[in-house]
Design a protein around this ligand. Sequence first.
Ligand code: C2E
Ligand code: CA
Ligand code: CA
Ligand code: CA
Length: 280
Amino acid sequence: DAALSMAVYRNKHRLVYDSSMDPSTTDQAVVTAFRTHSLKGMYAVFQPQIDIKTGQLIGAEALVRWQHPTLGALTPDEFVPLVEKLGYISQITKLMLNEAIRVSALLRKQNRPLVTSVNVSVHDLADPNFFETIKSAVEHFKGEFCDLKLELTETSFSSEIGHISDTLVRLNELGIKVSIDDFGTGYSSLAYLSAFPIQELKIDRAFVTGMVEHEKNCNIIRATLVLADHLKLKTVAEGVEDEKTLTLLDELGCSVAQGYFISKPLPEAEFLKFIDNYLA
Ligand code: C2E
Ligand code: CA
Ligand code: CA
Ligand code: CA
């Protein structure tokens, strides 16, 4: 139940809280906001992704931000896990899908199409309305299905593999791509590679950070890239913070990079300016 979930959450995330803030106040405010569907101050930021070989800008990941009316700025780590546990994640997913699809449609109209990725959880995919939610959002913003990618983030296990897989197949048929997020961590495992129709594998920041210094991380990435190659999957490395890492990823054959070295996640207006500059 909710109270228990909150206790679990607090225990697990004790360290993410600002020490000046009573954790239970934050949790309560977050729960209230979702119960009443008042997500005021929630918005999307966009982090660019580049093709490592050509340097071409090819996409962006949409990440949620929340300037809460009373709590101030909250990072996803402070509310996404709780919201997911309480079963309200679809509210965030809907908002993010709309934002990503709207921005993609806008860019396509300007003749510079870009794929935007949205983080979705197994809870989203198990929802029987998910397919229709996406379809109507694309139609509403007059977007293109091929401009949307879903990053499957695995924070919990789902037993509805069959149903999820069917939904992904239908989305694939529309032209929507699917990526496995945080590959190699949590539940994001080989089993999902085998069960789901996916086109891309995203290497977690935990392996990318320090790959230059730590041979072990480097070898894990090397092996992951071989695996992806055999499965004909595109590879994206997240958390690329310096040029050395980017060069090494290029040498190892990783296709796409995302990280502070290229750009931090940017609010829409700044993201559009970034694109202007990048293309200039
Ligand atoms: P993620 O999907 O693995 O996203 C990557 C995280 O790494 C983002 O943190 C991003 O800001 C951060 N990052 C990107 N490049 C760098 C870098 O070079 N160095 C470092 N140190 N960090 C970098 P963020 O935005 O705080 O999001 C954290 C997590 O929260 C995400 O991890 C994702 O699991 C979840 N999340 C964020 N937005 C959403 C959303 O809209 N829906 C859902 N379900 N989850 C979300
Ligand atoms: Ca992600
Ligand atoms: Ca994640
Ligand atoms: Ca990650």
